[in-house]
Ligand binder design. Structure first.
Ligand code: PLP
Length: 404
């Protein structure tokens, strides 16, 4: 039976990354040895203090609704920490706690964007941004970035993407999938352009802010442009830095009227987030960076190994990531070729072949707006990662030589 569905959901595709992870899991359950590089979450546990506090909150009977914008204690802690990191004076009224950073981003897009509005999204982008924009009835405008610019948005490309209907710029630093980290000078140049367009808001997704490598370090937009506070919202959460994806706690910080609008929306959509998770997130934040640093250092080692391995793979061109936990090599040299009679039309076909024939799961760049790239996460055990990279090298080296 054909059930007529609302056009807003008809236009949204299910997440391809989740589909591929599911396919890899199904093959593994059928007995195949599959090494998956698809993880969007860390392979370590949350901080002990967060787990203990979740249990303690249950013991205390904290099992009831919390205020729609989150518990006062967590909002105050987020305000304190964000003030410290950005230099902007913040109060709990500038913070809404949501069911994950994804939900925080969704609320903000819903609160700010109308049909007819345009939202500038630098590509490659995290795949949910365009879907969220469409769900608000607005139009995504993709602003391309280039490997030779380290996948950072060039001021000229931003200026070219802005028109009279532009309402929002989404800036994700460190970036998923490219690992690009915007440095101070680039943020200043972007801020200068934003200032010239009074209707334009900036939504910064800083969820990977604690995970940077080498010389790179995360600079919040407000550090360089505190004057843009009234026209920007910062999103962060505990999912990536504290390995707490399943707790579903993220937040948006910004001008009080925008936060109040998000709270009205959230009060009708989900109410406040899970009470136990909020208690656990508060405990994690009170540990500050202490539990994060060893994980970051481990990721830095894995990153070095993965970068070295990918640089040896024929037809892969990599800009080493400076943040987050993904490598995003360009695989354009493989497009148009054939492997065992199958023509590689885009990264998606290459990923299908690698999964079926080599037992390696990668994420194609297609849904990130980069169909000539693939994404490999280094948030997996070091041994499995090493084996997977060797297998990838062997398979592609064989087919590169075969010229087939
Ligand atoms: C760039 C980016 N933003 C937001 C999120 C969502 O985070 P959360 O799990 O807190 O909803 C993710 C998760 O993959 C992400 O990669």
């Amino acid at each position: 039976m054909q059930i007529p569905l609302a056009s807003r959901v008809r236009n949204v595709q299910p997440s391809l990354t989740l589909q591929l992870s599911a396919r890899a899991r199904a093959l593994r359950e059928a007995g195949r040895d599959v090494i998956s590089f698809t993880a969007g979450e860390l392979d370590v546990g949350p901080p002990e203090a967060a787990l203990d506090e979740a249990a303690a909150a249950l013991e205390r009977g904290e099992t009831r609704y919390t205020p729609a914008a989150g518990t006062p204690a967590l909002r105050a802690e987020v305000a304190r920490r964000t003030s410290e990191e950005t230099g902007v004076a913040l109060e709990p009224g500038h913070v809404i706690v949501c069911c994950g950073a994804k939900h925080a981003l969704y609320n903000v897009v819903q609160a700010l964007c109308e049909p007819g509005d345009e939202v500038v999204i630098p590509a490659p982008y995290w795949l949910s941004y365009p879907a969220m924009v469409k769900l608000a009835g607005a139009t995504p405008v993709v602003a391309p970035t280039r490997p030779e610019h380290g996948y950072r948005l060039e001021p000229d490309a931003l200026a070219a993407a802005i028109g009279p209907r532009t309402r929002l710029l989404v800036l994700n630093t460190p970036n998923n999938p490219t690992g690009a980290v915007y440095e101070r000078e680039r943020l200043e140049a972007i801020a200068q352009i934003v200032r010239a367009h009074p209707r334009l808001f900036v939504l910064t997704d800083e969820i990977y802010g604690k995970l940077t490598y080498g010389e790179a370090h995360h600079v919040p937009l407000w550090r360089v442009a505190p004057d843009l506070f009234e026209r920007s919202v910062l999103v962060d959460g505990v999912s990536k830095s504290y390995a707490m994806t399943g707790f579903r706690i993220g937040w948006a910080v910004g001008p009080a009227p925008v936060i109040a609008a998000c709270t009205r929306l959230q009060s009708h959509a989900t109410s406040g987030p899970c009470s136990i998770s909020q208690a656990a997130a508060l405990a994690a934040l009170r540990c500050r960076d202490e539990p994060i640093e060893p994980v970051r250092a481990l990721l830095e080692q894995r990153r070095a190994r993965m970068v070295a391995a990918l640089e040896r793979i024929p037809g892969f061109e990599l800009v080493p990531p400076r943040g987050a936990f993904y490598c995003f090599p360009r695989v354009g040299a493989w497009l148009g070729r054939t492997i065992d009679g199958r023509r590689i039309e885009s990264a998606l076909t290459l990923c299908e072949i690698l999964l079926e024939q080599a037992g390696i799961a990668l994420v194609p760049g297609d849904p990130f707006g980069a169909p000539d790239h693939v994404r490999l996460s280094f948030a997996l055990g070091t041994d499995a990662m090493q084996r997977g990279l060797e297998r990838l090298h062997a398979f592609l080296a064989e087919h590169a030589e075969g010229g087939d």
